[in-house]
Design a binder for this molecule. Sequence first.
Ligand code: SF4
Length: 61
Amino acid sequence: MKGYVDPDVCVGCGACAASAPEAFRMNADGLAEGFQEIPAESIDDARDAMADCPVGAIAMR
Ligand code: SF4
């Protein structure tokens, strides 16, 4: 499973990268991105980050 961030929706708050750093990081444009297959032990954190994104920019699949 991997995280996907819609760059047209993300406002770059950084919350997902802070709370689920194994799933999301901030890129050079100041927006979040899913950057790797999420380790099994980090999937719950990634799901929480998806739920907590203030603009609903995150999907996981
Ligand atoms: S929590 Fe949402 S708005 Fe904030 S950086 Fe992550 S994807 Fe972007």
